[in-house]
Design a protein around this ligand. Structure first.
Ligand SMILES: *[C@@H]1O[C@H](CO)[C@@H](O)[C@H](O)[C@H]1NC(C)=O
Length: 123
């Protein structure tokens, strides 16, 4: 009888060790890789670089049966390249289409970035 119990305990330990697996490898990306934008594999927040607009997560859809279903209204984000006279190079930003209109309104990306307090050197 004792040998049966010992066999059961041994089997339990063997199955327990079989499912522990390898420990999670949490890889941290360097800040330079995160700042480089689209080439980085790290997921970015879906937000406008100029205006900081984010998705509306409180939207609802009302069905025919009058159920209210949650939905997310995403920001219309576009990659857009502007030439910055202050930096003497072009900058590539992920802007909402509203943000693109705002840049057009202020005439240049430099004026718009100054108005909204965005540092263009990281783009
Ligand atoms: C913009 O960022 C760069 C580097 O991160 C920094 O050297 C510079 O002083 C910043 N400019 C302003 C206006 O904050």
């Amino acid at each position: 009888m004792k040998s049966v119990i010992a066999l059961l305990v041994a089997a339990l330990i063997a199955t327990a060790t079989a499912f522990t697996g390898t420990p999670l490898q949490l890889t941290r990306s360097t800040p330079s890789a995160r700042a480089s934008g689209s080439s980085s594999l790290v997921m970015r927040e879906r937000a406008c670089d100029l205006l900081g607009k984010k998705a509306n997560r409180k939207a609802r859809v009302v069905t025919f049966s009058h159920k209210r279903i949650h939905k997310v209204q995403q920001v219309n984000l576009q990659w857009k390249r502007f030439y910055s006279d202050e930096l003497g190079r072009s900058v590539r930003l992920r802007l909402s289409t509203k943000g693109i209109k705002t840049v057009n309104k202020y005439g240049s990306i430099d004026a718009a970035a100054k108005k909204f307090g965005v540092n263009l050197t990281k783009f």
